[in-house]
Structures are given as structure tokens and as C-alpha cells.
Design a protein around this ligand. Structure first.
Ligand code: AMP
Length: 182
């Protein structure tokens, strides 16, 4: 069974929902940079203030800020974990790799949740989060294609990537993920 897992995929593919379920059932630390950033915004911290406008536009928050959040949480724990929404670009992926080497906890599996753009947009529109209006959604998809999608090749080349169809019910997708995680 894989204990150190990364979820990759476009916004709206269901990473958060599926990560929460998998982490709960396998007792993994669930680390969602989006959730952590929203908590900072809600708390009105300096970090949250810095991130808020960037998130509202659907752009990526600075690598150094996100890395600081992740580093603090991963370094503390020796158990299994599931990263969701991080890394989002090659610089973050390389920094993560270095951090994981330092702490001797390499990634065991990258699960790509794959879904077509129109279904993604429909799902995001029905979700109703602050950054879920159509203009921002389209921008988040562009940012994903430009900056995050190159990670598919990066992790494929390391033999870590498995793709799962993210269509259908939450239950059906969860079963497909469970099958590849082992
Ligand atoms: P998410 O909940 O993963 O959809 O993330 C919501 C927003 O938080 C994104 O649109 C970004 O503005 C920001 N964000 C989340 N994770 C990252 C990350 N790893 N790097 C940069 N920005 C991020």
C-alpha cells in the first residue's frame, strides 16, 4: 500500500473530495495548500492578506509562500501523507523533491485525476466557492494547462504517475483511486 501520495489534476476534478476520503480511510495526513491558504485568508493573517487577491484572480500564490506552508507541515511528521493542490508548477515540484530527499520521504505514487474541460467548468460553477465564477474558472484552467500540466511529464518520467478517470459519481471515482493506491 502506498503511503506517500500526490494528487494531480485540473481544478474541478475532485482532488479535494477524493483526497479527504482517501486520507481518512488510510489514516494519512491530508495536506491541501488551497485549504491552508483559505484558512489563512479567513484568519486575516499577513500571509492570508498576501494570498487573497492572487487567489481571487485564479493565479498562483508565490512559490516561497506555499513552500513555507508545506515544509513546516511535512517536516514534523513521519507517517503517510497525501498532497493535494501542491506542487502546482515545476519549481514547486523540484523544491518538493529536494525537501523530501532531505527528510528521507520520497513520493511513492502520483495519481492524476483526468477530466474534460466542459465537465470541469460545470462542476466548478455548481460548487459556488468565492473564486468559482466563470471568468476566474477559465483562468484557473489556463494556469493549470500552462504551469501544472508539465508535471505530468515530470512524474511520468520518474515512473510515478497513474491516471484515473475522474468522471462519474464520487463513489465510482473513489473505487478507481483505491484500486491504484493498493
Ligand atoms: P485549490 O483549492 O487547490 O483549487 O486552490 C485555490 C487557490 O489557491 C488557487 O487558485 C491558487 O490561487 C492558490 N493555491 C493553492 N495551492 C497552490 C500552490 N501549490 N501554489 C500556488 N498557489 C496555490
Amino acid at each position: 500500500m502506498n503511503q506517500r501520495i500526490l494528487f494531480l489534476g485540473p481544478p474541478g476534478a475532485g482532488k479535494g473530495t477524493q483526497a479527504e476520503r482517501l486520507a481518512a480511510s488510510r489514516n494519512l495526513l491530508h495536506l491541501s495548500t488551497g485549504e491552508l491558504l483559505r484558512a489563512e485568508v479567513a484568519a486575516g493573517s499577513a500571509l492570508g492578506d498576501e494570498a487573497e487577491a492572487v487567489m481571487a484572480r485564479g493565479e498562483l500564490v508565490s512559490d516561497s509562500l506555499v513552500l513555507a506552508i508545506v515544509r513546516a507541515r511535512l517536516a514534523c511528521c513521519s507517517g503517510g501523507w497525501l498532497l493535494d493542490g501542491f506542487p502546482r508548477n515545476l519549481a514547486q515540484a523540484k523544491a518538493l523533491q529536494q525537501l523530501l530527499e532531505e527528510i528521507g520521504q520520497p513520493i511513492e505514487l502520483v495519481v492524476l485525476l483526468a477530466l474534460d474541460d466542459e465537465t470541469l467548468v460545470q462542476r466548478l460553477l455548481s460548487r459556488g466557492r468565492a473564486d468559482d465564477n466563470e471568468v476566474v474558472i477559465r483562468n484557473r484552467l489556463i494556469v493549470y494547462r500552462d504551469q501544472t500540466e508539465p508535471l505530468i511529464a515530470f512524474y511520468s518520467a520518474q515512473g510515478l504517475l497513474t491516471s484515473v478517470a475522474a468522471s462519474g459519481t464520487v463513489e465510482a471515482i473513489a473505487e478507481r483511486i483505491s484500486a491504484v493506491v493498493g
